[in-house]
Design a protein around this ligand. Structure first.
Ligand code: KG4
Ligand code: ZN
Length: 327
């Protein structure tokens, strides 16, 4: 029975997870506090986490209908993320673990996104994971459980960041992904945006795409709706083609699509339709974007490897399970 805490960016979230069952998953989104600044303000994020964390812990316990005595472990995101924001969750975890005399499971946020898939499916190996979020865009090959090999990574921006920056150019506000998705429903993907390094199996690049969209907006010869639909279509194509390239180099039994960008219905449907494989797993929408249940699910896997600690620790603690990106 794990209580999991996630505060790596702008969501304060606490969940209770029992094996693979999510008993509660409470989330306080700070979005409206950051909106006027057009993006996440790290210092504000830390303060808001500190204000909310105790109330969110209590709500997660109430929703799960359990007592503190029922808990066996405390899990917490230790990175990657905003240092100050992470420290609020880590401090809360240290405090809870100390007072309840429980071990802590320090979780890599990216593993959280991957293991979110366990909410409704087994992982079948070898598995090819496409992780697309606001901070990362990568393809990870898991030959077996706990083996994470990054076979493609972005050279510049993450694709969620591309959505966010274009949304800002179009004055749509933050976060950009959901705003672009809504606008795209009224448009048609008629503009052909570039697909840089299309034939490179080990790298993504999104900064050129961002610049191409910027010059299209400046030309003023296309509607915002068509620009949004075309950007969304272009990103879906890029993710799909890179996955297809990866297929050529490795054995794959299953594909997992995870991270905030896969909350986009158009991108989910596009890749499901295009991929030459029936075993494709995508976590439900609310488990794609940041949440603590995915941290609890990852922690549950870590336990199988005996990865936990009885000591206090800080950001980016590495205990057994390594992931190159975190260093
Ligand atoms: O996984 P996540 O919640 O946080 C990070 O770990 O970064 O991902 C957030 C990213 C943001 O860039 C956001 O714009 C994008 O995911 N996103 C979307 C959608 N919902 C969130 N992108 C496209 N369409 C969406 N519906
Ligand atoms: Zn995330």
């Amino acid at each position: 029975m794990i209580l999991a805490i996630e505060t790596s960016c702008d969501e304060t979230s606490v969940a209770v997870v029992n094996n693979r069952n999510i008993l509660s998953n409470v989330l306080f989104s700070q979005v409206k506090h950051h909106q006027e600044f057009g993006g996440v303000v790290p210092e504000l994020a830390s303060r808001l986490h500190a204000e909310k964390i105790d109330k969110i812990v209590l709500k997660a316990m109430r929703d799960a209908s359990i007592n503190f005595n029922d808990l066996t472990h405390i899990a917490v995101t230790v990175g990657p993320g905003l240092e100050g924001a992470l420290l609020v969750g880590i401090t809360a975890a240290n405090m809870l673990a100390q007072s309840l005399q429980l071990p802590i499971i320090p979780v890599n946020h990216l593993h959280g996104h991957i293991y979110a898939a366990l909410s409704h499916s087994e992982l079948v190996f070898p598995s090819l994971i496409c992780l697309a979020s606001g901070g990362h865009t990568m393809i990870v090959y898991m030959k077996e459980n706990f083996q994470f090999e990054i076979i493609a990574n972005t050279m510049d921006d993450a694709c969620g960041e591309c959505f966010d920056k274009v949304a800002r150019m179009l004055d749509l506000g933050y976060p950009g992904g959901p705003k672009i998705e809504t606008l795209a429903k009224k448009g048609t993907p008629v503009i052909r945006f570039p697909h840089p390094i299309k034939h490179n199996p080990s790298a993504f690049s999104f900064s050129g795409l961002k610049t191409a969209v910027k010059s299209k907006i400046e030309k003023k010869d296309a509607s915002s709706e068509d620009i949004a639909a075309s950007l969304q279509h272009c990103i879906a194509t890029i993710l799909n083609e890179k996955l297809t390239l990866s297929f050529k180099n490795v054995d794959v039994e299953q594909v997992v699509l995870c991270g905030g960008v896969f909350a986009n219905q158009y991108i989910r449907d596009f890749i499901l339709h295009e991929l030459p494989l029936s075993n494709v797993v995508i976590p439900e929408l609310k488990l794609c974007t940041d949440n603590a249940a995915m941290i609890g699910l990852a922690a549950n896997e870590y336990l199988k490897k005996g990865v936990f600690t009885n000591q206090y620790f800080g950001c980016h603690t590495q205990l057994g399970l390594t992931f190159p990106e975190q260093r």
